[in-house]
Design a protein around this ligand. Structure first.
Ligand SMILES: Nc1ncnc2c1ncn2[C@@H]1O[C@H](COP(=O)(O)OP(=O)(O)OP(=O)(O)O)[C@@H](O)[C@H]1O
Ligand SMILES: [Mg+2]
Length: 249
């Protein structure tokens, strides 16, 4: 679904992505993990066309997007649903108004159909009957789920989660991780990309894991591959230790 070939990105003298080759398969849950500053967000920004590589090509859903202009990118970005780190709901709008927003922006769907779709995704995230609440009245976990409903509503081809559980209590985190898996199963065609530094969540949730280190992939594979990896950097990241071969910037 997503393919980086030799993608390099340098800011000043700091090469963040160094000839990166990356493949994200369609219809699965792929985690991109790595410690802070390894380029996870920079990678996602390249996927969405918010940053352009200095070298290399990016192909998404069969299209080479590397040289897309603003108009092409605007259309292209409709493929994506994005769940931001902080749910980023509009406080002055109700839950229903928040969730309907992408449909109003990007489609010409008749209103009754929009309302039906909003109801449908709210049920999918386990929050029926809260359409009329304001986001200020919601718990953190509920806000996250409303954000998820909003990311799903326009039937994205790819859903991107940026640190979906960072800063949440363990129970809410687990619920969100389970929801990611459940939604991926329900929407078989949809590709899920999760940015995280939570290796434990990746092991429990991912079908594929891409581990970024020093601008490249240190290891990519299934959770089972990670469990059995002898790579010292992977082992250190697993153990959560400061001592080891991993260099800190
Ligand atoms: N627009 C930019 N201009 C200059 N440097 C940038 C820019 N965006 C990112 N960087 C640098 O690129 C590196 C990687 O940043 P990135 O945000 O991708 O890290 P990350 O892996 O998402 O980390 P975190 O887990 O903390 O979110 C950092 O050193 C950052 O300072
Ligand atoms: Mg980041």
């Amino acid at each position: 679904m997503i393919k980086f070939s030799g993608v390099t990105k340098t800011f000043g003298t700091h090469t963040v992505l160094d000839n990166l080759n990356l493949v994200i398969p369609k219809g699965q849950v792929t985690f991109i993990i790595g410690k802070s500053g390894e380029g996870k967000s920079v990678t996602i920004k390249h996927i969405m066309g918010l940053l352009k590589p200095d070298a290399g090509r990016i192909v998404v859903d069969g299209e080479d997007i590397t040289d897309f202009d603003i108009e092409q990118l605007r259309k292209y970005r409709r493929k994506f649903g994005m769940l931001f780190q902080h749910a980023a709901l509009f406080d002055s709008l109700t839950v229903g108004e928040n969730v309907i927003f992408p449909l109003r922006e990007h489609t010409k769907m008749p209103l009754p159909e929009m309302l039906k779709r909003v109801e449908e995704v709210l049920v999918q995230v386990g929050l029926p009957n809260i359409q009329h609440k304001f986001s200020t009245e919601l718990s953190t976990g509920e806000k996250k789920r409303v954000g998820l409903a909003r990311a799903l509503v326009a039937r994205p081809v790819v859903i991107l989660y940026d640190e979906p559980t960072t800063g949440m209590d363990p129970l809410v985190s687990e619920m969100i991780d389970e929801l990611i898996v459940q939604l991926s199963k329900e929407e078989k065609e949809m590709t899920s990309v999760v940015i995280s530094h939570d290796l434990k969540a990746a092991m429990a949730t991912a079908e594929n894991i891409i581990f970024l280190y020093k601008g490249r992939i240190a290891l990519t594979g299934t959770p089972a591959d990670f469990k059995t990896s002898k790579d010292p950097v992977v082992r250190q990241f697993f153990a959560g230790k400061v001592e080891g071969p991993m260099e800190f910037l």
